[in-house]
Design a protein around this ligand. Structure first.
Ligand code: GDP
Ligand code: MG
Length: 160
């Protein structure tokens, strides 16, 4: 029915989440992935790989005029990261809420940043700030063929 189609479309929002080199080094990959899994979101794509500075400069292009931009891009290309695509209802906004505030000292306990980090330049994870950014970031980090098409068997128990 038309109603079902609308509900399905609403559950198919996608966001780009990435565990930064500091999150990888600190052994937080499993914990961060588990939070999205347990919440009920669906993993659509994931990599474990070191990317070059040019790629990170493109990812953070909107921050190109900030004084910390070169340092940020250099750090982000200093080791392997875990770029991921997660799908589900309101996942862009909820992903940001699960990450916590950009500055970990302002992130609430219970959030990823609020539980695991202290410094702004070592805040262990990235999350898209809008649906528009998410679409751009997903296209930058993944080829269309790398996005898995599958349905979670838990779907009927996550969504009414
Ligand atoms: P995010 O979307 O919450 O990740 O924050 P932004 O898009 O504003 O910034 C991207 C990343 O740059 C942040 O996650 C921080 O790691 C880093 N960053 C942001 N602001 C600053 C700053 O003032 N100083 C430094 N050193 N790093 C910053
Ligand atoms: Mg941002």
């Amino acid at each position: 029915s038309r109603f079902t189609t609308e509900v399905m479309a609403g559950n198919q929002e996608r966001t780009f989440i990435m565990i930064k080199p500091d999150g990888v080094q600190r052994g937080l990959v499993g914990d961060i992935i588990q939070r999205f899994e347990k919440r009920g979101y669906k993993l659509v794509a994931m990599k474990f790989k070191q990317f070059d500075e040019a790629h990170l400069k493109q990812h953070y292009i909107d921050l190109a005029d900030k004084p910390f931009y070169p340092k940020l891009c250099k750090f982000m290309s200093s080791g392997p990261v875990v770029p991921m695509v997660w799908e589900g209802k309101d996942v862009v906004k909820m992903g940001r809420a699960m990450l916590g505030a950009t500055n970990p000292l302002q992130s609430n306990p219970g959030t990823i940043r609020g539980d695991f980090c202290i410094d702004l330049g070592r805040n262990i994870c990235h999350g898209s700030d809008s649906v528009d950014s998410a679409n751009k970031e997903i296209a930058l980090w993944f080829d269309k063929t790398e996005l898995a098409s599958w349905s979670m068997c838990t779907g009927d128990n996550v969504y009414e």
